[in-house]
Design a binder for this molecule. Structure first.
Ligand code: IYR
Length: 223
C-alpha cells in the first residue's frame, strides 16, 4: 500500500561540470551495451539476478502498481522446454510467418530459428505484464501496463550491462507458451524473454552504427 504521506526528496548535488562529465560518461558506457547471441554457460549467482530485478523494479509505473513479474529460470528442464517451444514458434516465423522484407531486414543479424542459447545461458528472465490484480475477489485493471513494463525492462537491461553481464531481448512470437510452461496465472501476460549471462569466449556482434543526436532528437529552444 502506498502511504499518502510525503517525505523530502534527497536531491543529488553535482556542479554543472560534474553533470556534463557524468552525462558524457554514461552515454559512452551505455553505448557499449550490445545484444549478444552467444553466451557462456558460466554460472551467475542467484543473488546477482535478484539485485538486477530489484533495480528494474525501481522503474516508474502507473499509479505505482509495479505491474510486472520477473520469472528467473535456471532449472535445466524448464530451459529445455522453453527452448523447444520457442524454436517451434520461430521455425514457423522464419518459414512463412515473417514477410520477405522482414527476413531481409534481419539478414545483417544472422538470426534464424535455432535458439541454443536458451539452454546454454545460466538464467532466463521472462518478463510478464500484470494486466490486473485481484483485490478482495475483484479484478482491478492496472494502468499504463505496456509503458511501465517497457520502462522496467529497459532498466533491467541497463542493470545487466553495468554488472558486466550481457543479455538478448528475445521475442519468440507468439509468447503464449511461456505462460503455460511457467504455469503463470491469468492476470499475467508474457512480454519478453531475456537470456542473461556472460558472453561466450570470442562472441561477436554485428558492426552496428547508432543514429546521431540529430537523427533522434528535435530541440525547440528558448531564445
Ligand atoms: N523473434 C525472432 C525474429 C527477430 C525479429 C527481430 I524485429 C529481431 O530484431 C531479431 C529477431 C528471433 O528472435 O529470431
Amino acid at each position: 500500500m502506498i502511504s499518502s504521506t510525503f517525505i523530502p526528496y534527497k536531491a543529488q548535488d553535482f556542479t554543472e561540470a560534474e553533470m556534463q562529465q557524468k552525462a558524457r560518461d554514461f552515454y559512452a558506457y551505455m553505448d557499449e551495451r550490445r545484444s549478444v547471441r552467444e553466451f557462456s554457460d558460466k554460472w551467475v549467482p542467484k543473488e546477482v539476478i535478484g539485485q538486477l530485478i530489484m533495480a528494474a523494479s525501481t522503474a516508474p509505473s502507473g499509479a505505482h502498481k509495479q505491474p510486472w513479474t520477473f520469472c528467473a529460470v535456471s532449472d535445466p528442464a524448464l530451459k529445455k522446454a522453453i527452448r523447444e517451444a520457442a524454436e517451434e514458434e520461430e521455425y514457423t516465423n522464419y518459414h512463412g510467418r515473417m514477410s520477405e522484407s522482414w527476413l531481409e531486414d534481419l539478414q545483417p543479424f544472422g538470426t534464424d530459428w535455432h535458439k541454443p542459447f536458451l539452454e546454454t545461458v545460466p538464467w532466463l528472465i521472462i518478463v510478464f505484464r500484470r494486466i490486473y490484480e485481484t483485490e478482495g475477489g475483484e479484478k482491478k485493471n492496472n494502468y499504463y501496463v505496456n509503458e511501465s513494463v517497457g520502462l522496467a525492462t529497459g532498466m533491467l537491461l541497463t542493470a545487466i550491462h553495468q554488472a558486466g553481464l550481457v543479455s538478448l531481448t528475445h521475442t519468440p512470437s507468439p509468447l503464449k507458451f511461456l505462460q503455460k510452461i511457467l504455469n503463470r496465472p491469468d492476470n499475467e501476460r508474457p512480454f519478453l524473454l531475456i537470456p542473461v549471462g556472460y558472453p561466450a569466449e570470442g562472441a561477436e556482434v554485428p558492426d552496428l552504427q547508432r543514429k546521431s543526436l540529430d537523427e533522434v532528437a528535435v530541440f525547440f529552444e528558448k531564445n
